[in-house]
Write a protein that binds this ligand. Sequence first.
Ligand code: AOF
Ligand code: ZN
Length: 367
Amino acid sequence: MAHHPEDEHHMRAALALAARGLGTTSPNPAVGCVIVRDGRVVGRGWTAPGGRPHAEREALARAGEAARGATAYVTLEPCSHWGKTPPCVDGLREAGVARVVAAMRDPDPRVDGAGFRLLREAGIEVTEGVLETEARALNAGFILRMTQGRPLVTLKLATTLDGRIATKTGESRWITGPEARRRVHALRGSHDAILVGSGTVLADDPDLSCRLPNYTPRPILRAVADRRLRTPPTARLFQGVGEAVVLTAPGHGREAMDRLTAAGASLVVVPPADEAGDLEPLALLKALAARGVTRLLAEGGAALSASLLRAGLVDRLAWFHAPAVMGGDGMPAAQALPVETLRAMPSFRRTAAIPCGPDLFSEYERA
Ligand code: AOF
Ligand code: ZN
């Protein structure tokens, strides 16, 4: 269908609106919608916290009568199914929208092209695939959960220039400065869950909260991979806002499990991967996806990072580098993968490099 010159411009605006919802809409996608009539924006909307109302409903409500004859730009195919709310396709049709421009097809099997078909059957002009690459990157978590049953994994690390996360005596607070630490909270805010290994809980007792300036702490699911059930019930991560989950191996006694559930944790048993008894990383991710997690921020330590990298399950890196060098007796960001040839290294493509106070923040995606 015809591509109009202004389509990309309005879709870019819709994508920016969609991004506002990241971290608050799971298990639903974060969608954005802009309604344009005679070249003028008459309504804007994005998926509400909790995943409903959908973006189109929000934008249509603002546009009111001005939606008649208008074009709706949506970052995802409008839904065609009856869920807890009526289909957005019906909303668009009833509002008299003349044309729908969508960035990508919805991989949810309840939609999967049916939204486009129903719109066309209702006589609405449909253009698909505008800024599809950008929309796929934005929806990567939702797409992975729908198609592979696992969340998007971003591995966050804060290291020295030579990639060390702690001294040999275990000192790690703080390698990076306050600006970097503030950015970590923003990063947490755009994810549905945080995952750490039990070693990190024992070493640092992080609270894993999401505190943003001028906001009350945002609820976020906090998870610990803890095959030996070493996490103490007094761990600070149990005190935060939102669900706390301990992922462990089978075979623990009732008493050890009850101690953690009494502290407010949900216990999830996942199969061990190998003789060493490490938790199977994909099973761990699937257990989190089953709880609705679409975007996971893994925050170390060295064992968890290695286990995810080894399994090829790190989709993105968020790496803070402090301007200091620790040397070879410091603890490396990841335990042995192992890598013997350069070809065998997990490799990434840099997507951003941003100065952050004295530190450098860089983002990468899988090469
Ligand atoms: C849209 N716009 O803003 C969102 C959509 O549980 P329900 O009924 O809310 O449906 C969730 C599904 O709806 C989700 O899997 C995805 O297919 C779609 N989400 N669709 O048109 C939105 N959030
Ligand atoms: Zn919808």
